[in-house]
Ligand binder design. Structure first.
Ligand code: CAO
Length: 464
């Protein structure tokens, strides 16, 4: 692992990591005496050269930073990650797009095409454990940072990349979120049967692939602890989306053996084609489910609840909705008998849900273990106190924009601290990294500044 050095963010605390684990009399480690999530930093001592931008790569390196890796984000002088200036809400401040994807990182500006910039990057490669990038295909090589070059400088280096596609006909294409959703099988299976394909709001192409990449990186680090060798890690966005849509590939194969009986269209007598159709809000788990109106709908666009008619709780469902005879009536008593009547059954259940708010319905149904979930708006999630308590929604303070909300680390480790720290300003840690990580002297740093390798062109003119 890279040597831990001092940083203003104090992400790396090498001393703590080296403390021996307390042993019980039988020689086995004792559980930590610290409260949940306070015992240390899981990735303490891991240093990441973060060459990522936009969303997919930054999602990955933010997760690693939350677990305690020292993430050094390389940005283009004067410009930085393009998202700093995208969807700006507070003039003069980094956008929420950027701040919410780059917590706990340090920022250094380096022109990677400048001779001196290349020299700095080479020194960073020797000091880091992992290089993460999501440039367009070939861009890293064009900077001179080929796998061979990197591996020669640091054979332990793991080089992790997000690309739109894996090797194949589209491997040279640039890809954004919705392109990945469309090419990974999500869009063709999302939406209603009689409408066009739909993309989802969850960023399964970008953030989903970033998550996959983070797993690839920690797995490669684990393997390196045995082999001593770095390796390449590649996550293609198309592959990531397809992985998340795997139940639809399941259904594609089931189609050969007959209609998909849990789909509404089966009950409506509409024949299936040769590809998995869009299922609307039908549940994909084999237990029929729908989104139903609650009190306040449709004026309130989120007064809805997801309701699953799970077979084991069919009897309580009948009691709750006031149809006790359906428990024994052969027309309704078995899942098979119900399949052709799902529209009628759900419309009866909706008559009941419309008499309750989504929260009242949730409370009643949960007493009987009837699976359901209110449709929560972003406003409701932002105000949810239980999510604040667990750190899943956090308030962060930023010197230029003030307080804002973010999603914290959704992965909770009982022994690892996961404190969310604000994103860095562009180049905020340039001097600190040159000095503390790369051991450049004050004179060398001054020369580097004059060279134009770490400053934007207009600043270079002023200095000259
Ligand atoms: N110094 C100098 N040049 C730099 C630099 C730095 N610090 N950082 C980046 N650049 C240069 C790159 O070298 C590249 O130059 P060349 O084209 O001359 O090689 C140039 O900036 C643009 O890089 P790019 O092609 O990656 O960026 P783009 O805005 O044109 O494309 C994107 C963006 C996302 C479509 C593309 O990067 C991509 O397809 N990435 C892989 C898939 C991916 O992650 N998509 C998710 C996007 S949303 O999360």
């Amino acid at each position: 692992m890279a040597k831990a050095k001092k940083s203003k963010l104090k992400i790396v605390k090498a001393k703590k990591a080296k403390k021996p684990v307390a042993k019980k009399a039988n020689g086995l480690p004792s559980p930590s005496k610290k409260p949940f999530g306070q015992a240390g930093l899981a990735l303490d001592g891991v240093r990441i050269l973060d060459f990522t931008h936009v969303q997919s790569g930054p999602t990955c390196t933010q997760l690693l930073a939350w677990f305690g890796a020292d993430v050094i984000k390389i940005e283009r002088p004067g410009i930085g990650d393009i998202t700093r200036g995208q969807l700006v809400d507070v003039k003069g401040a980094d956008s929420l797009y950027f701040t919410m994807l780059n917590h706990n990182k340090r920022s250094i500006t380096i022109d990677s095409k400048h001779k001196k910039g290349k020299e700095i990057l080479d020194r960073l490669i020797k000091e880091c454990d992992v290089l993460v990038e999501n440039f367009a295909p070939g861009a890293l090589d064009r900077m001179g940072l080929t796998w061979e070059h990197i591996h020669k400088l640091n054979p332990r280096m793991i080089v992790a990349s997000v690309k739109g596609f894996g090797p194949g006909p589209y491997e040279d294409c640039k890809v954004y979120e919705n392109v990945a959703q469309c090419t990974g099988g999500s869009a063709s299976t999302t939406g209603f049967r009689d409408g066009p394909p739909l993309v989802t709001g969850a960023q399964i192409g970008d953030s989903g692939t970033g998550l996959h990449l983070a797993l690839g990186i920690v797995t490669a680090l684990y393997q390196r602890s045995r082999t001593g060798r770095g390796q390449k890690v590649l996550c293609a966005m198309q592959d990531g989306v397809l992985n998340l849509a795997r139940v639809k590939l399941r259904d594609q194969q089931r189609l050969k053996h007959g209609p998909l009986t849990e789909f509404s269209q089966y009950g409506e007598g509409i024949p299936f084609g040769d590809a998995v159709p869009r299922a609307g809000n039908d549940s994909g788990g084999g237990q029929p489910g729908r989104i139903l109106k609650c009190k306040g709908a449709p004026q309130d666009p989120n007064a809805y609840i997801y309701f699953i008619t799970q077979a084991p709780v069919w009897e309580p469902i009948c009691d709750v909705i006031g149809e006790p005879t359906w428990k024994t009536d052969p027309e309704y008593a078995t899942p098979k008998a119900r399949l052709p009547k799902l529209n009628q059954i759900f419309s009866r259940i909706e008559q009941w849900t419309m008499t309750k708010t989504k929260f009242e319905a949730m409370e009643i149904l949960n007493k009987y273990d009837i699976p359901c979930g209110p449709i929560l708006s972003m406003k409701e999630l932002a105000e949810d106190q239980s999510l604040r308590k667990t750190g899943t929604v956090v308030e962060v303070d930023h010197p230029k924009r003030g307080k804002y909300l973010s999603v914290g680390n959704p992965i909770k480790l009982s022994d690892s601290i996961s404190k969310v720290k604000r994103s860095p300003l562009l180049g905020e840690h340039t001097d600190e990294i040159l000095k503390d990580v790369l051991n450049y002297s004050a004179k060398e740093i001054a020369d580097i500044k004059l060279s134009g390798a770490i400053t934007a062109p207009e600043k270079k003119e002023k200095a000259a």
